[in-house]
Design a protein around this ligand. Sequence first.
Ligand code: 173
Length: 500
Amino acid sequence: MSDIRVLTGPEVAEHASKDNCWIIVHGKVYDVTEFLPEHPGGQAIILKYAGKDATAAYEPIHPPDAITTNLPVDKHLGVVDASTVAKVVKEVTEEEKLRQKYVEARPPLDTIVNLHDFETVTRKVVSEKAWAYYSSASDDEITLRENRMAYQRVWFRPRILRDVTNVDWSTTILGRKSSLPVYISATALGKLGHPDGELCLTRAAQNHGVIQMIATLASCSFDEIVDAAKPDQTLFLQLYVNRDREITRKYVQHAEARGVKALFITVDAPQLGRREKDMRMKFVGEEGVAKVQDGQSDIKKDEGVARAISSFIDPSLSWKDIPWFRSITKMPIILKGIATAEDAILAYEAGVQGIVLSNHGGRQLDTARSGLEILVEVIPALRARGYFPNPNFEIFVDGGVRRASDVLKALALGAKAVGVGRPFLYAFCSYGQEGVEKAIQIFRDELEMNMRLLGARTVDELVPEMVDASALSSHVVLTPHDTLFHNTYVPLEGARFQES
Ligand code: 173
């Protein structure tokens, strides 16, 4: 071990330019000069930390192994003597002070009564940047809001006098036991909102028999998440397909070897939507950075966090690729992001094991329809061809689910289970693992009550006759105002004037 080079802070600090750029991450020194133009997030952000410790900025956006796997070994220069590194004294901004105050004044967890509450708390206790990234949706955010509204256009037709002493909401998802007809859907960059990131989900899920879908762009590395899971815990994987299929092949096969039970290929994001809240945040936040570039144009600077790191996603992905995926894995393949009956039929005929009817949480094509509305189009179309019901082809819905009543509506209309993304993310941003456990408990409590009141003792008893979805596809119906949702929803802002 004696041949490891030990550098001092001042030595590293001498390499602080575009032509000679060293950085410190997790106590190690890296020469990133040649890597600068290749950095998916642009060079500017690295240059901001040239010659300094970049760990704090690096951590939420990258899995821990991102730098070691992407940078040739000869650029790993050595370790830094911690006592010699000038602490990048993070100036405690007014924003940060306020955030800390809110963290301290968080409502006690036992006073949290519904999933909206986690969102209310998260908005105050995470950084503005994290909030902008998580909460944003594309363009005018019409679809984001529609995802809630759609559930409110479906009304229950409850049945009575059925002896509902015992109700059971457990189910199977792709042949795997799940204590809820809900799975934790993939969301990226968990460490922006909590230091343990997605591990909060993994730990909570294992205590409650809930299935977690790991995101390709999680802040924790894939292996960290799998290592944190129990051997018998079911994990699914969400996949962004890389332009370099070899990388994707290795990733998928590694996941399968590590015991992941299903592959959800995201098919609605050949390009990321323009999420304006996120874009504005980045633009304002990195203003100083643009100057480092000295007139160089950095097209990434106003794109927001997600767009900056999504350039590896292959927009050429097509139906022709499905047989290749089938050839590289035995895991069930599910296409995530189907939005029409036409594509649901193609998916079935392509031989995949399921589809997620989704608009990516309103973050992709704005004014795309809600998953629930897609569901009532897809089921009859599949049924007419004899493709539904079929135990080997499961249909999922995600987007906008905040209540067990939403879950029951989707199941009654033919979904096998629903995906829940942001609410679980917000649960850990606000209260860590315990928050996620509480969110699961809330689902249980609401499912118990709603199933009793609806007269369904098991998920199999949730039938289409229990709902009136006749207004679902009509977008001009009045429903009572969803107060909690609208109180949490932050309206888009207009252009910002510069400060003088
Ligand atoms: O919705 C997203 O933000 C998302 O899917 C994504 C895609 C690429 C990078 C980060 C997040």
